[in-house]
Design a protein around this ligand. Structure first.
Ligand code: IVH
Length: 697
């Protein structure tokens, strides 16, 4: 990835760019706001640096290139050792060039590297005197920072006392996790404040705010441990000799939070190749992390290597930031669309001024529900911070409130269903058409006919529209009572197509209960949950007889979800009766019903979620990745998951220490690498097919 550089044409444009950057940095460090997103800021700074390289005699004294990044606010607490910034690389080639120059500088290849996530927050120094937290200082201009000790007690991961009475300074990043950010904005707007645009701005603003009527938690991750003037000599000497990885272990032992507690712990790597593999792994895990990272920091691990490499005025030469593409951009909210889904939910969707994030043009973002829009005080015309990571649907983090012009307009909520004009049920946070599933019958029938549900070949959306428009089908059950003559009466339906569709419907009638349940589209359940419910209860009658408590026996159904599922099944009662009468199968092959409620359920044969206790995969969590070949080639991911569960295992989409087996097909990437790193057993599709041969359909 190469990050583009803003083009600066002349001295006037240069002066303007410097002014913009200085103002943005000042606002950012003053209260966490900024008119620029990170990417625009970085591009501008790079443009300034490029122009200065050609005009060395015209460099302005206030240029951001001469300072430690983010040093706009000077504080009054001097740092014992400067708090430096980091130089950046953006590609494997640039990284390799850095390792080469480091090797040249220290006279040999670096003995070992430490690879850590680059946490997207603010640098802070926490001073401990004889084990007690005494002072918190921001980075400021790198040589002196601001005293923010008033936030002590609100930063998780920075304990008030260490496990040993030592005097040390812990350096690290203060940030808000995604959950802390949501919470902070709820509290802030409830107190009449403007929401923060993103977690980093929220952490910056919260850290520096002295007189607030409320406190909101933040999180600290340590990445440095150094002596203070009053540290005893033996400890100071020891800290000076320990490798970075050893310092981090020590920080953890002292009770300070480090990335070791996260899904992306710091690791050591011996070669450039290993470092780059880890960079890929962290990049792949980024979207799923509960906090923001904007890159990976690679450090020479050994103290001796660091000492020999030394530091420049801005950044150390023994460490580098491998930047990942920005996942956030500021754009404008142009409109809000209201779409009705297959279950009748009316979901708002933001229409954005198209913006490019990490190579994709983003035009839409999710908005959860009307209450969420109100809570965040979103308005049409607002500048909004849009976040997109991995394949996750882009989301609006918050309006950039300080960019408001006053011309923004309130977002109008629909008064009737935008699809069928019926009334709207607004009792729940997610609004729903009063017609429920019948509102968008085409969508709910097409979903039911889909490959992972009843898999009715020949029943695509066009055919469904035809059937609905002809008045032949008013719900799912009507499909199963269609006559040959009715079908022949439709346009473009010849004898062959009709017979094929009738045969497909006959097959659909025999599908396992888990597929039928999934086809019903019970809100709060998807494919794997439908399988778990079906395996647990074995028959539809048992499911319908289950109360909320009984449903909670199924893994993944908690106290909130259980009553919602019970209510959904009650709403679907008429349809389920009709399906049963039409001869649709309502049992799950191979599943044993749970003992009656009065019996002891603790040793239920089917286990929670009905996963049988026997089979070649009994008790194993299995992850499938890459393309399946050989006997498994035709199986969709859902069918693979069904197979795993039939064979006694549990399917999962992510690799963790709990994973027992990873089936890695062609093109398997980060999951395979992670499994190898964790020493998890790997199987090719062919090996796996042999293992579960008795359970293949
Ligand atoms: S080491 C002298 N490690 O990134 C070494 N910094 O862009 C300085 N940061 O100022 C820092 N995660 O605020 C280090 N694992 C990590 C980091 C990290 C985030 C921040 C830190 C630094 C900035 C430079």
């Amino acid at each position: 990835m190469t990050t583009p550089v803003a083009q600066i044409a002349d001295a006037a444009a240069y002066a303007q760019a410097v002014e913009t950057v200085v103002k943005a940095a000042a606002a950012y460090y003053a209260d966490g706001t900024s008119p620029l997103d990170d990417d625009s800021y970085d591009r501008l700074v790079r443009g300034i640096a490029a122009w200065e390289a050609d005009h060395r005699d015209q460099v302005r004294p206030d240029s951001p290139t001469g300072k430690v990044a983010g040093g706009a606010v000077e504080g009054d607490v001097p740092h014992t050792v400067p708090m430096l910034s980091l130089d950046n690389v953006f590609s494997p080639e640039q990284f390799t060039a850095w390792t080469t120059s480091l090797a040249r500088r220290i006279g040999h290849e670096a003995e070992r590297f430490c690879v850590e996530p680059k946490l997207d927050g603010l640098a802070i120094a926490a001073r401990y005197t004889r084990g007690r937290l005494t002072r918190l200082i921001t980075r400021g201009d790198g040589t002196a920072g601001e005293d923010v000790s008033h936030t002590m007690g609100t930063v998780e991961g920075l304990p008030e006392t260490l496990s040993q009475p030592v005097s040390v300074e812990v350096r690290g990043e203060v940030l808000m996790t995604n959950a802390q950010f949501e919470h902070a904005n709820e509290v802030r707007t409830a107190h009449g404040g403007q929401p923060f645009a993103n977690p980093r701005g929220a952490a910056a603003g919260t850290l520096r705010a002295k007189e607030r009527a409320y406190t909101v938690p933040m999180t600290f991750f340590g990445y440095g441990l150094l002596p203070l003037p009053d540290t005893d000599d033996a400890l100071a000497d020891r800290l000076g000799r320990l490798a970075h990885s050893e310092l981090m272990t020590l920080a953890g032992q002292l009770g300070v939070n480090t990335t070791a507690t996260t899904a992306v712990p710091g690791i050591t790597a011996a070669t450039t190749g290993e470092v780059l593999a880890r960079v890929q792994e962290i990049a792949a895990l980024r979207a799923g992390l509960p906090f923001g990272i904007d890159g990976i920091v690679v450090k020479a691990d050994l103290a001796a290597d660091q000492r020999t490499a030394g530091s420049g005025s801005r950044a150390p030469r023994w460490a580098i930031a491998y930047k990942l593409p920005a996942v956030e951009k500021i754009t404008r909210l142009l409109a809000v669309e209201w779409n009705v889904g297959r279950t009748g939910i009316i979901a708002p969707r933001a229409v954005l001024d198209p913006v490019e994030i990490d190579g994709s043009t983003i035009t839409y973002a999710t908005l959860h529900n009307p209450a969420d829009i109100t809570r965040r005080d979103l308005r049409l015309g607002d500048h909004v911070m849009v976040h997109r990571a991995g394949d996750v649907i882009p989301r609006i983090e918050a309006p950039v409130a300080h960019l408001r012009t006053g011309d923004e307009q309130p977002i109008a909520f629909p008064e009737v269903c935008p699809r069928c004009c019926s009334g709207i049920d607004t009792v729940q946070e997610r609004w729903r058409c009063e017609q429920g599933r019948n509102c968008h019958l085409v969508a709910s029938l097409s979903y039911a006919a889909g490959r992972d549900q009843l898999d009715i070949e020949g029943l695509g959306v066009t055919r469904v529209v035809q059937l609905v428009e002809a008045g032949l089908v008013a719900d799912l059950a009507d499909l199963f009572t269609l006559s040959r003559d009715q079908l022949l009466g439709l346009e473009r339906m010849g004898e062959t197509s009709t017979d094929n569709l009738l045969a497909a419907l006959a097959t659909a009638r025999t599908r396992p209960l888990s597929r039928v349940l999934c086809a019903l589209g019970v809100r709060g359940t998807g494919r794997s949950m439908s399988r778990r419910i079906a395996r647990h209860f074995a028959t539809m009658d048992n499911i319908r007889a289950a109360d909320a408590e009984a449903l909670q026996q199924v893994e993944g159904i908690g106290a909130e979800k259980a009553p919602a599922i019970v209510a959904e099944l009650a709403e679907l009662a008429g349809l389920i009766d009709k399906l049963t009468a039409a001869g649709v199968n309502m049992t799950e092959p191979g599943a044993t019903p749970p003992p009656a409620a009065s019996e002891d359920t603790s040793g239920a044969a089917a286990g929670s979620g009905g996963v049988p206790a026997s089979g070649p995969l009994a008790g194993m969590t299995v992850v499938v990745t890459g393309t399946m070949t050989g006997p498994l080639e035709q199986l969709s991911r859902n069918q693979m998951n069904e197979l795993i569960e039939r064979a006694g295992g549990r399917s999962s989409s992510s690799v963790s220490k709990k994973t027992a087996l990873v089936v890695a097909g062609e093109g398997a990437g980060s999951k395979r690498t992670k499994a190898e790193g964790l020493g998890i057993r790997l199987a090719t599709p062919d090996e796996f097919a042999l293992l579960v041969a008795d359970y293949l359909d």
